[in-house]
Ligand binder design. Structure first.
Ligand code: ADP
Length: 445
């Protein structure tokens, strides 16, 4: 019925304001992933290990007991609810806890247990009897540093003599007194100040140096140089660890500059595929008609949770309003929200409080909302020049793992231009996208 439609977004407006305006930085994405993550990410790939000394045997552990952690640490690990080391931890932990300590470069996607691993390494090396900084961890932003700090506090819960300080901007420090906390976590600029100008930290006394989120770090001008300057002040015996979710050449070059004689651990991201995904398109007469068609489709698949992608913030806002008016429980993920608000929206969707999550491309890019069974492209994904964005299409609707649940993808098409884009995407993946007749929806059930 036509009454559902109240004019729709103004077309001209909507088109020139692409979602580029919501440009996100990597640090925000990383923080979002941390805030919404509640457990380990599944990954069936093999861990690749490159040892500094190829002759030394490769140790891997299947239990935390094998690591001979301090009892209060082991208690902390179990209290958090970890039963066994994650895939990357199996190899990384024995290396990090070896005598003498080993340097490590580790790469694996977010949610695979990197933070937990280096927090354990830091807490293992710390001596609570000494009241000076022994472990130093640098992170790209204050918010990311805080998240890591929380993990340190959780795991070190039964290790009450160990104290933590945050080296972040705005944290006024008295020049004259050295920091007594054993662990410092902060951003590169402030940490550098604390080590040099303010002399609050004696870098020669650091036993463990961690550089977290290296890929995010180098995206910020200046962080790379500051990190290298900090690293140069450390003593030769200091253990150096670097972590990254991705490993493009720039990260790799940086990693090799800051970590001498490293062991290297890699866990490749699982490939996403369109196998197991049923892909359809719905032909609509006009942009206005898209909403009616969407409601028809949605009416037929109400049991499932759906994620709907729009090209612009404006369309997303409008669609969310329309669907709410129709009585749907709708979550809206928008660039106008703070990171915490966005995490809360995703969380509500994850626990099923909302059945529909509407979002723009940019807002959801790089965020791992796992296993949504129905994905609707209200607009086909295009890059900033208007070309088909195959990668985004795959990331939105693709699944990882051979045993991934079946998925359903529906593309709303409202004219020749969007049809052409979809055809190109179809050709790129060589996987049929079938026409769905909204008058006869039985076939998708
Ligand atoms: P990353 O640093 O790679 O993003 P995290 O260390 O933050 O990964 O771990 C991701 C999630 O998995 C967190 O919620 C963390 O508490 C949990 N986790 C980490 N290691 C384990 C483990 N060995 N067993 C169970 N859960 C774990």
């Amino acid at each position: 019925p036509k009454s559902r439609f109240n004019g729709g977004p103004k077309r001209s407006d909507d088109c020139d304001k692409s979602d580029e305006e919501e440009k996100e930085d990597k640090a925000v994405q990383s923080l979002l992933n941390k805030l919404i993550r509640s457990n380990l990410v599944n990954n069936t790939n093999q861990v690749e290990v490159l040892q500094r000394d190829p002759n030394s045997p490769l140790y891997s552990v299947k239990t935390f007991e094998e690591l001979r952690l301090k009892p209060q640490l082991l208690k902390g690990v179990y209290e958090i609810g970890f039963n066994r080391p994650s895939k990357i931890q199996e190899n990384a932990l024995p290396m990090m806890l070896a005598e003498p300590p080993q340097n490590l470069i580790a790469q694996s996607q977010s949610g695979t247990g990197k933070t937990a691993a280096f927090v354990l390494a830091m807490l293992s090396q710390v001596d609570s009897a000494f009241k000076w900084v022994q472990c130093l961890c640098i992170a790209p932003t204050y918010e990311l540093a805080l998240q890591t700090g929380k993990v340190i506090e959780q795991m070190g819960k039964f290790y009450s003599d160990v104290k933590l300080a945050y080296a972040v901007r705005g944290h006024r420090m008295d020049r004259s007194c050295k920091i007594k906390e054993q662990i410092v976590i902060g951003t590169p600029g402030t940490v550098l100040d604390w080590c040099t100008k303010l002399k609050l930290i004696d870098p020669k006394k650091i036993k463990v140096f961690v550089l977290d989120e290296a890929d995010v770090m180098i995206a910020t001008q200046g962080h790379q140089d500051q990190s290298i300057r900090i690293q140069r002040m450390l003593s030769k015996g200091c253990q150096m660890l670097l972590f990254s979710a991705t490993f493009e050449d720039s990260v790799w070059n940086f990693a090799k500059r800051v970590i001498p004689d490293p062991n290297i651990i890699k866990l490749r991201r699982e490939e996403e595929t369109l196998d197991n995904i049923k892909q359809y398109y719905v032909l609509c007469k006009s942009e206005e008609d898209k909403f009616d068609s969407l409601c028809n489709v949605y009416g037929a698949i109400t049991i499932a949770q759906a994620m709907i992608f729009c090209r612009t913030r404006k369309t997303a806002n409008w669609l969310a309003g329309q669907m709410s008016e129709e009585g749907h429980q709708v979550g809206l993920l928008s660039g106008e929200l703070t990171v915490e608000q966005r995490a809360a929206v995703i969380q509500r969707f994850k626990v099923g409080k909302e059945k529909v999550l509407i979002t723009t491309n940019v807002c959801a890019r790089g965020i791992d909302v796992e296993q949504v069974s129905v994905v609707i492209n209200f607009d086909p994904p295009v890059d900033k020049d208007g070309y088909p964005d195959n990668e985004t299409y795959l990331h939105r609707i693709g699944r990882t793992g051979r045993f991934g649940k079946r998925g359903l993808a529906i593309n709303m098409v409202d004219g020749q231009k969007s049809m052409e884009i979809l055809r190109k995407i179809e050709k790129h993946f060589n996987k049929k996208i079938l026409r769905l007749d909204t008058d006869d929806l039985d076939e998708i059930e």
